[in-house]
Structures are given as C-alpha cells and as structure tokens.
Design a protein around this ligand. Sequence first.
Ligand code: SAM
Length: 344
Amino acid sequence: MFPVLDAFGRPLRNLRVSVTDRCNLRCQYCMPEEEYTWLPRHDLLTFEELTTLVEIFTELGVDKVRLTGGEPLLRRDLPTLVRLLGHNARLKDFALTTNGVLLAEQAPALYEAGLHRITVSLDTLKPDRFLALTRRNTHAKVLEGIQTVKQVGFSDLKLDTVVMRGYNDDELIDLLEYGKRVGAEVRFIEYMDVGGATHWSMDKVCSRAAMLEMLGRHYGPVALVSARGSAPAERFCLPDGTTFGIIASTTAPFCRACDRSRLTADGMWFLCLYATRGMDLRQPLRAGASPEELKALITPGWQTRQDRGAEERQVLEHLGLRGTLLQVERLRTDPHLEMHTRGG
Ligand code: SAM
C-alpha cells in the first residue's frame, strides 16, 4: 500500500484515539491542578463516528491504533467500540492504555470484544506513594486489574512507569521484579514537559542514562536489544534475560521516526504531542462530509507535517530556556492543549 508521507518522509501509520478527556486519577505529571476545563459532552464523537474516522485513517495507511484518554475505561460501553474497531481488517496492532483502576471489572468484557493487548500505567508499588502521586486511594484496584488481565489471557501486557526524580526513581528495580512476577514488560518513561505537566522542571527528570546506570549497578551489564524504530521505546535486556523498555522522549527525542498522530475524543486531530493546533475533523464529519472528502483534508494535513516538538524542546534546553510548556491560564482556555485530552 502507498504510504502517505509527511514533509520529512515519515509515514502516517500510528493513531492514538482518545475516547474521553475525563480521568479518575490526578497524577502529578499529568493533571496536578484542582480545576480543569472539560470538553463539552455533546462534542464527543459517538462510537459510529469514531469507527468511521478510524476506517478512513486505516484506508490512508494507519495500521496501529491505541485507545487512550483521559481514562478510556471511563467511557461507557467501551467493549462495544472495541468490537466495532476489531472488524477493521487493516488494523495490525490494536491496543489500549489504561491506569488500571477499572480493569478488574472490565478486562473480561474487553478481551471478549477482541482486545488482546493492554498497557497499564503503574508508577509505584507503594500504596501511600500512589495516593500522593495520584490523589486517589485506588492502588489495590490497579494491582487487582493487572492480575485480572493475566488471568483473562491477554497475550501482551506492558506496564508504563513515568519516572520522576525524587518521587519514584528508587523503585525501578522493584517495578522490574514485579513485572517479572506478573509476566509484563516494564517501560520506563522520562518525565515530559507536555501540556498539563505544569509542575515539570528538568531537575525532576530521571534520564535514560541515569536509569541505565542504576539498573546496571544492581543487575550487572544491561544490553540494548532493539533500538527504537518508529516505536518510542528502546528495549534492553538484563543479564537474566528480562527485557524492559525506556522511552527517552525528553533527553533523546525520536521525532525523526515519529509516525504517530492523535485524535481527541471530540475529533481534533493533532500531529504532535507538543502541537498547539490541530485539525477539526468533527465539524466536517457532522456536516456530512464523505470519506473521500475527509481523506482530502487528512492527506495534505499529513503531507505538510513538519512537527518535531520534542527535538525543539531540547534545543530550548541547550539554550537554558526549557521550562513548563504552557501555563495554567493558557491550558484553561483550551482543553485540547492538555495531555489528558490528547491521550499521551
Ligand atoms: N489514563 C490512561 C493511563 O493512565 O495510562 C491513559 C492516558 S495517559 C495520559 C497516557 C500516558 O501518558 C500514561 O502512560 C501516562 O503515564 C503518560 N503521561 C502523562 N503525562 C506525562 C508526562 N508529563 N510525562 C511522561 N508521560 C506522561
């Protein structure tokens, strides 16, 4: 199939679909504020609308879709959407990212509906730390959700940890050991200065280099298994064969291989996590645009893409100018600027 290429030759392949901007946690690195501006309910795309848009994207070359949010399990009847999207034969890779709080209840229905790959965000194994990091007392439910995923039979379980210096950077080994016990691959993510991370500062970033140094000291030599291609994680291997990933978006951005874009729950299409503008696909969809007309918007949108947001942030760092991306006042004017709206 012809790939639709952007201005730097990157293919349109990978779509993250946010199904809600609501979340049942208030993570320090994502939603640290007390108040948020939410997307108007009537703007949220229906499952039929989402399915139509995903169909169009897959006809243009997308073959990887990940459902996300906000917290995707807060969207009512999510298994119905999974079933609808599962009929799309062009999708080679279909996964979901969740904070796990509602997973014990929903994992069986999601599996039944055809979802077999799940990533659970898990930043700590300590309940009191979880409460401090998320302002919610639901750590036990997350662990229960992870157990349920294994029991139900999902073929691929990953655990994503945002590593923050001084918060949870002393838990890398415990998290890897936990991953081994539950049969999940752990991926450590550098704390990013995305919209919504209003408490971000460079000194809270635990770099890939620091993580590898810590792990090497404990386990012995850590080997690189696979460099990242278009996937964000580089994969490493411990001497005992355990593999894990590091997503070093902050200190070693991978914009030149980035093939992902993001659809918000109300149909705004963003070409970069750092982009301040997106393309509104809901309006033409609801005005009755045909699939061909929507393709005629999406294709040039991608072909003219020049985004390399994470690399640009790094340039600012070299100039000593890197700080919080967007101030709270600006975020309040447009919820689309928030990480929890775009889906991470
Ligand atoms: N609620 C779901 C969850 O917790 O996985 C899905 C949405 S969440 C926005 C998706 C991912 O973004 C999570 O893995 C989260 O840890 C990550 N994330 C959010 N803010 C981040 C930040 N400032 N730096 C790095 N990763 C971040």
